[in-house]
Design a protein around this ligand. Structure first.
Ligand SMILES: C[S@@+](CC[C@H](N)C(=O)[O-])C[C@H]1O[C@@H](n2cnc3c(N)ncnc32)[C@H](O)[C@@H]1O
Length: 233
């Protein structure tokens, strides 16, 4: 089932060029849930985070590239005091996430944007508004000529850092060693971020962490994930 263009245009279209998949088929049931919930919890591109209905005195935590929403839903479940902003450019992922959040009874504390994270951070979030950010298994873009498509770049890291409040956190995961080192090297050089890892910059896997879809896929293919934790100074 493909959503009508007029519906998609409200939440889906964006002006920045992104390289991953965006639109795709959603089931009729998923479409019904999107129609039910996006008018309420969809963060429209022209609405600042401060005007989305969140209590800006309570914690706001963001997940970038939430995929099917497994991790975001678990965060909302485990942290009843958190308000969560999930950003994901792939519509079927958004559809799955909305279903999970509704089933878990946590959807009213969440906002979803289908804009690229770069635009959301730049235009809709002010400096120091986020208590924390998670980025799990961003697209690896393994070919050297495609490295410029990777999410973590020097300018993006500076933007991200500026949106996190002092004392807040940034946590990342990747099952691709080359990308994990790429992210560590850029973030270690970002003024305002302090690496909380050991001598190699990585932290051990937290034992109570859930296995996201892409972490599971990496394990099936014989790759252990690596984890990075930063504190915003
Ligand atoms: C490899 S998947 C990982 C999904 C999930 N975090 C996991 O660990 O299973 C990367 C996700 O990031 C999303 N993504 C890519 N570029 C993005 C961007 N600029 N803004 C927001 N999401 C993005 C993709 O659509 C995709 O769902």
């Amino acid at each position: 089932m493909r959503l009508t263009r007029s519906f998609r245009d409200q939440y889906v279209q964006h002006e920045m060029r992104t390289h991953g998949r965006k639109n795709g088929f959603v089931t009729k049931g998923q479409e019904q849930r999107l129609r039910r919930w996006l008018p309420e919890i969809g963060l429209k591109p022209d609405v600042p985070l401060a005007d989305c209905g969140f209590d800006m005195h309570a914690p706001v935590v963001m997940e970038i590239g939430f995929g099917n929403g497994d991790f975001l839903t678990e965060l909302a479940r485990r942290h009843p005091q958190w308000q969560l902003l999930g950003v994901e450019i792939y519509l079927p992922g958004v559809a799955k996430c909305v279903g999970r959040l509704e089933d878990a009874g946590v959807i009213e504390r969440c906002r979803i944007s289908q804009q690229p994270a770069q635009l959301v951070l730049e235009r809709q979030i002010d400096e120091g508004q986020l208590d924390g950010v998670y980025i799990n298994h961003p697209d690896p873009w393994p070919k050297k000529k495609h490295h410029k498509r990777r999410l973590i770049q020097k300018d993006f890291a500076a933007l991200l850092c500026s949106r996190i409040k002092s004392g807040g956190f940034l946590r990342l995961a990747s099952d691709k060693p080359d990308l994990a080192i790429w992210m560590r090297d850029i973030l270690d050089q970002t003024p305002g971020l302090q690496n909380a890892g050991g001598p190699d910059g990585f932290v051990p896997r937290e034992t109570d962490r859930i296995y996201t879809k892409f972490e599971q896929r990496g394990l099936r293919q014989g790759r252990e994930s690596q984890f990075l934790h930063y504190q915003r100074l």
